[in-house]
Design a protein around this ligand. Structure first.
Ligand SMILES: [Zn+2]
Ligand SMILES: [Zn+2]
Length: 334
């Protein structure tokens, strides 16, 4: 759609894995070690109206290899070749460009071998020497195991941003603190007083306001009203904004519009849960039209988006659709 306005965008997002030796298996999207879907959350309730098993469907987007040139390639490495770089990517004038890295630590969709999957979401964002863990999944043990698999030291987590109150986004926090992390915890003013009290005894707890800067280039949208209220993470990149939504309960269109207005920039990538599992294909179609009208360049839906909705986004966005899941790493040049 808008790729003509974003020349060479295909190579600004590089789908990687930190375990290069298993690149081939990632390309083939072999999935092992699926964990049992457990810990039903308020997110799940009402988000999947069908009785289909989300686990069996979870691999579906990853099997449609032909339609996703970013995540799936016949090339052994998913990084661009030097020739591609010179053709498509502006070269840094000096030194190595700093990369903004987004690692999906937890999701119900599989991506990398040995990563556990379940109905949960967590993403780890780094830029320079700063980092933000956005959501903590729904199980401390598996969060820490997945972090270990991605070589993320829990004790080095500097900031935790909780998108909303549901367990599949917050329940890993205690285990993270117990593992030695001493992060600033950014939560919504509407969180329960008992939750705030529990964690303010262990760490610095900050109630967010719109546009609050959490780390260099990384901000929160602030509390967006919905059922329940939610905040999204907004990363300012030279290509535009990257918006990460946990569940997008207030509505994914409402959230990306708010980000565009608040930060006065275009949306380069919207990723995370879009919460469309119970929406009809017609409703999803209308939402996709809105997302495209707003000018969102790339989408990477996962978590509670819903299998049918993910398929529709894949078809609508074509090469600008990015398949993600637990263990996917997105790098964006800054
Ligand atoms: Zn939720
Ligand atoms: Zn959720």
């Amino acid at each position: 759609m808008s790729s003509e306005h974003w020349p060479g965008i295909d190579f600004f997002i590089l789908m990687l894995t930190r375990c290069r030796v298993s690149t081939l298996s990632i390309i083939k999207l072999t999935v092992i070690g699926l964990s049992i879907l457990s810990g039903l959350s308020a997110c799940q309730t009402g988000s999947f109206s069908s009785s289909a098993n989300p686990l069996s469907k979870a691999a579906e987007p990853l099997q449609q290899e032909d339609s996703d040139p970013v995540a799936v390639s016949e090339t052994p490495l998913l990084t661009p070749t030097p020739q591609e770089m010179s053709e498509s990517t502006p070269q840094p004038t000096e030194g190595k460009a700093e990369m903004i890295t987004i690692t999906i630590v937890f999701d119900n969709y599989p991506y990398k071998e040995r990563m556990q999957t379940a109905w949960r979401f967590s993403a780890f964002v780094t830029y320079k020497d700063q980092n933000v863990l956005f959501d903590t999944g729904g199980s401390g043990l598996t969060l820490l195991e997945n972090m270990s698999e991605m070589n993320i030291n829990p004790a080095e987590v500097q900031n935790v941003v909780l998108s909303h109150k549901h367990n599949d986004h917050t329940a890993g926090l205690q285990a993270l603190l117990s593992a030695g992390a001493d992060p600033k915890i950014y939560l919504l003013p509407s969180f329960s007083s008992s939750f705030k009290k529990q964690f303010s005894q262990q760490a610095e707890v900050i109630e967010v306001v719109p546009g609050l800067l959490i780390a260099e280039r990384i901000s929160t949208l602030g509390e967006i009203q919905g059922s329940p209220p939610e905040q999204a993470l907004v990363i300012d990149t030279p290509r535009g904004l990257v918006v990460i939504t946990g569940c997008a309960h207030p509505g994914v269109v409402k959230i990306v519009l708010a980000a565009k207005r608040q930060f006065k920039e275009e949306i380069y990538l919207e990723m995370g849960g879009f919460h469309l599992g119970s929406s009809s294909s017609y409703q999803v179609k209308q939402i996709i039209k809105e997302i495209q009208r707003i000018g969102v360049v790339h989408v990477a839906p996962c978590h509670c988006t819903g299998d049918q909705a993910i398929s529709q986004f894949r078809e609508a966005f074509g090469e600008n659709f990015i398949s993600v899941g637990a263990g996917a790493v997105i790098e964006i040049e800054s």
